[in-house]
Design a protein around this ligand. Structure first.
Ligand SMILES: *Cc1c(COP(=O)(O)O)cnc(C)c1O
Length: 384
């Protein structure tokens, strides 16, 4: 079934992004774990996972067991899967039975893992998450020795595959001191594991921003989300990196595009209101087009009278309010436009581009939120 709009995922852009990320990682055998929580940041888990695998990725990070399940069934290469957050109690056995690894951040979770692994006669693959300063989840350094005692007593049902933590905003230099403290705490935790006889586990701390800014946090695995999709974690990181390297264009390429087509066209006379309410009055005789995409399709209502879309390679404004299923645009200057013509909501047409950031009033910070709000029901296709 076709939707009223479609999302295109560019294999070429994705490949370029992985090339860039691997170049940053250098020759060291650091594992690139592709973070695909939030429906692969809106790109669609089912289409994204096999594509990333074709680009050489073989490890994925998700937030929850339901996402892990989707990755498991999308994977064509038996890739590693790591859950960084929630596991529903009723799905714990599925997770352990399928060798999905997971962050272990509480005594309850540790005990649950041991008891299920016993029942299944398996080893649960755990990443010991330490609290280094984000204050979200993780064992504090002070409780870690006690936890490690429990782990040591159950090694026939536990495999410590990793030691991890998450940084509290590596994308902003304002957090520099807090991050520095976190890096020190992480080293302390590592020391504790070594003292307790653990070895061979993967140390991981870095997200996209840390990968660029704090090379010493790369360790054995990096959890890369936003950058693989072609976005910088913040404008600051972009400026810092491209400035230092004197780059003229960004090495990261947007993977996603979003397109629809004109549904209908009509002429409106000067002085008439367009759409619901009276937020837009025609100030001249106008030619307007309706697009079959509204806020229920993820085209935000806040783009009313503000957004831009591309038609015939020209940037044209959204006029009036964005409706549930439709949006009106001004095509007065595009005489050749007709029903059925392509309209680009995100992406290129000729040499014009609508960026994701332009949706969020040019704020890159919001890329994360904007992307993950693209509805799952939109059809997604791979393009070159
Ligand atoms: C989301 C997330 C990441 C990835 O962050 P990006 O900024 O998108 O690279 C890494 N680690 C954890 C724990 C996360 O929750």
């Amino acid at each position: 079934m076709n939707g009223t709009s479609k999302i295109e995922i560019s294999e070429k852009a994705l490949n370029a992004n992985y090339t860039f990320i691997r170049r940053l990682l250098g020759k060291k055998q650091t594992i690139l774990s592709s973070v695909v929580k939030g429906n692969a940041y809106g790109h669609g888990i089912e289409i994204f996972v096999p594509l990333a695998e074709r680009c050489g990725v073989n490890h994925f990070s998700v937030f929850s067991d339901d996402e892990a399940y989707r990755v498991y069934h999308s994977s064509k290469k038996n890739s590693g899967i790591m859950i960084m957050g929630q596991i529903a109690p009723s799905n714990f056995d599925w997770v352990i039975a399928h060798d999905v690894s997971f962050f272990c951040f509480s005594k309850e979770r540790l005990e649950k893992a041991i008891s299920i692994a016993k029942q299944l006669n398996k080893k649960a693959k755990i990443h010991i998450e330490v609290e280094t300063g984000l204050n979200r989840t993780g064992f504090s350094i002070s409780e870690l020795p006690g936890i490690l005692e429990i782990v040591k007593a159950h090694l026939e049902h536990l495999e410590v595959v990793g030691l991890c933590s998450h940084l509290a905003g590596a994308e902003s230099i304002g957090n520099y001191l807090r991050i520095k403290k976190q890096r020190q705490n992480f080293k302390k935790a590592d020391q504790l594991l070594i003292e307790n006889g653990f070895k061979g586990y993967l140390k991981h701390l870095a997200c996209s921003a840390a990968l660029v800014r704090y090379p010493d946090t790369r360790y054995d695995l990096v959890r890369v989300g936003i950058m693989q999709y072609g976005f910088w974690p913040s404008p600051e990181i972009f400026i810092e990196y491209c400035g230092a390297k004197s780059l003229k264009t960004s090495p990261l390429k947007r993977v996603i595009s979003w397109k629809t087509q004109i549904m209908d066209i009509k002429n409106v006379k000067t002085g008439e209101y367009i759409g619901y309410g009276n937020s837009f009055m025609a100030h001249k005789n106008m030619r307007i087009a309706t697009l079959p995409v509204g806020y229920s399709h993820g085209f935000f209502r806040s783009l009313s009278n503000k957004g831009r879309v591309l038609v015939h390679g020209e940037r044209v404004p959204v006029i009036g309010t964005v409706n549930m299923n439709g949006t009106t645009i001004d095509i007065s200057d595009i005489s050749k436009a007709q029903a059925g013509d392509e309209a680009v909501l995100i992406g290129y047409q000729n040499d014009q581009e609508i960026t994701v950031a332009s949706f969020g009033e040019f704020s890159n910070q919001l890329n994360y939120e904007l992307l993950t709000r693209l509805p799952e029901h939109l059809p997604r296709h791979i393009v070159n």
